[in-house]
Ligand binder design. Sequence first.
Ligand code: HEC
Ligand code: HEC
Ligand code: HEC
Ligand code: HEC
Ligand code: HEC
Length: 390
Amino acid sequence: MLACAVILAKVNILGYWWENPMPYQQTPKGLKSIRAEDCGVCHVEIYREWKTSTHAHALKDLQFQAEMAKSPKTSWLCLNCHTPLLNQVENVAVDVRNRSASDPVLTKNPRADAVLRNEAVTCAVCHVKDGYVVGPYGNTGAPHPTMRDEKLLTVDTCAACHQATAAYTDTLVCTFDTAAEWKESPYAKQGRGCSSCHMPAVNRPLVAGGPVRTTRRHSFGGGMIPKTPGQPATGNRSGLTVEILTASRNANSLNIPVRLKNAYAGHKLPTGDPERHIRIEVDLINDGKVMETRSLRIGQQWEWWPKARRIADTRLKPLQERTETLKFAAGKASPRTRIRVTVTNVRMTEEAAKFHHLTGKYPLEAQVQRFERALIVSPATQSREQSGLK
Ligand code: HEC
Ligand code: HEC
Ligand code: HEC
Ligand code: HEC
Ligand code: HEC
């Protein structure tokens, strides 16, 4: 009687869905299981794409594991988003004591499937509901029951996890604002949701020998920072454009205006995890040698202790542009001087990596753009200096 009541209890601290796992899903008729590896027997290409996505690695992720090990008492909350189905959760929080996120009442879940758990944000999270496989068509000749699901095709599917702003304690806060940033953007007005960019359309059969349909890539390319050392930055385009405008000079400095634009991201650049930022390095090069380097950082800055708060935010909204002027030493430029721009997406600083014991094991950043061009200095400022006028 008591055990039954405990299992039925529901966590309710601030009332967000991830305080409880997503509902248990039965295997739809005709299928062996709801594991991605079993879907992949027929949906070979989509499975292969999903396998490369960060969704498939959201549990094994070394930073995630390190953070859970540092705060094991609150990890149940994290797992409800990173391994969200009740079928995946080994120890379910059925209640909390004192309305505290770090004091859960955990119960062993006899129905948990360890293989499915390792698949993290697996196919079934988005596709299996009440004995049906939900999809965009609803009238295919599938060996499993299918149903068209309008909700699957909206931003809500992604916002469930990519929109979370909540403060449990002064230092335990969630700050993913991606869907809200998108909602304010011109893309929302055009009806271009997350999948229009993160799941590009491709015509192909869903299964070998099936009819060719308009389908979507499932690799979910994002900020392009790989999870394994040595992997290149792939899977998406950089959201940023960098333009070097005509420089000017005075007696003390060579001033190079740099125009930054969030040209391609449907949300702030960068979005999501608050530690993510972008470093833009501008090198002044003479005869192949770097004479001087200046850099810009776009991103958020947080103070985590004693109370988490954002102290700066230089991110670019969708389509927003901003020009920043970099000052170099005036004497360093010659008519042969070239400018080199390098854009690097950064997941976390060296310092944070050291804190999590991740140094050398986990890629902290990825170079996403590099180009070089001649330095152009405005003739007006050039000749004034050459003629000795100040
Ligand atoms: C035995 C092979 C097989 C397995 C296993 C399988 N499918 Fe399918 N699935 C198909 C076929 C065949 C179709 C229809 C193809 C067509 O008509 O283009 C289909 C259709 C679909 C559709 C489109 C549904 C619609 O009508 O919009 C989705 C989504 C889908 N499958 C997801 C899954 C998922 C998720 C799994 C694992 C839980 C899975 N499938 C397992 C063979 C399979
Ligand atoms: C059940 C929760 C959940 C849902 C639903 C979800 N995501 Fe994610 N997503 C995650 C998690 C967790 C990660 C990060 C995994 C990691 O880094 O280990 C992630 C990562 C991503 C990334 C990669 C970020 C990067 O830089 O590597 C993209 C892009 C993305 N998701 C897009 C989407 C889109 C588009 C949808 C909707 C179709 C969606 N997600 C639905 C939880 C979810
Ligand atoms: C984060 C959510 C998410 C995950 C995880 C996911 N899908 Fe999808 N899938 C979608 C969405 C959204 C669509 C519909 C896209 C559209 O048509 O706008 C889709 C469409 C499909 C379709 C129909 C064809 C197409 O590409 O539009 C199939 C089949 C499919 N998914 C199979 C799978 C399989 C198999 C897996 C796991 C290996 C998987 N999906 C994982 C969100 C997801
Ligand atoms: C107009 C296209 C577009 C739309 C719409 C869009 N994104 Fe993105 N997204 C991008 C691009 C481009 C990047 C790569 C930005 C970069 O790092 O340079 C990106 C990056 C990301 C990242 C990785 C973090 C980062 O800033 O690099 C996540 C997570 C993400 N998007 C989730 C979403 C979700 C969730 C939605 C819907 C609410 C969405 N995106 C809508 C284009 C888009
Ligand atoms: C509401 C759902 C949700 C909850 C709860 C959640 N996460 Fe995540 N997590 C995400 C999403 C979505 C992403 C991908 C965001 C992005 O890259 O912009 C992510 C990404 C991450 C990453 C990868 C960051 C990176 O830059 O690659 C780590 C590590 C992580 N989460 C740890 C945690 C920990 C630890 C907890 C518990 C304290 C937690 N998460 C709780 C949704 C969630």
